[in-house]
Design a protein around this ligand. Sequence first.
Ligand SMILES: [Zn+2]
Length: 233
Amino acid sequence: MNKRKFMVMGIVGVIVSIAILYQLREYVAVYNRVEQVDVSPQPMMAAPSPILVGKTIVIDAGHGGKDAGAIGQSGINEKDLTLQTALNIKQELETRTGAKVILTRKEDDFLSLAERADLSNEQKADLFISLHCDAFEEGSVGGITSYYYRHEDYEVAQTIHSLLYQDFLQTRDRGVLYGDFQVLRDNEAPSVLLELGYISNVEDENRIQSHLFQTHAAKSITDGIITFLLKDK
Ligand SMILES: [Zn+2]
């Protein structure tokens, strides 16, 4: 092979190598694009299921404003815990059922007991749920209690209460009891009042604030509402 031929071969070799590398780069780019598509998050959440469209549910965050409610050992106020739980239930209910969900308060506002029941009556609610936390001078007392006022509301209180305890809950089951509370007594809608635990009890106080319990409570209370409102369908 003469020198000239050798140089031509060399140049051709270099050109072929560049062409191969260029092609290879294209393949890698395409592969990466495919990879990117595969790992991208799923677009948009599913639309709400319309199972409770047309139903109105009033969620009442106990206390608020100048009325802090009970105060926990860590200094947390009952009014803040009830509001957080109410907001979580509202989100869960709207996402899963399409129901109209009205909160008696969306912020740290004061409302009388009569105003809470009046709102439920004005809105012709299909169900009213009031959220509270207990407190007791004895720190060892703990657990969840669900209250009803009218005999016919026992069933919905029982349904929600048992769903709260369906998954393992490390707190005492204090049962479903009759309670002469004004928000229940003055209410025309089926009504329940939930005492989600004792904030005077350190374990209960931590449990109620935990993301795990808040998620669980929103889910099981929503399950209870769906079960109750669809029972005659
Ligand atoms: Zn309370």
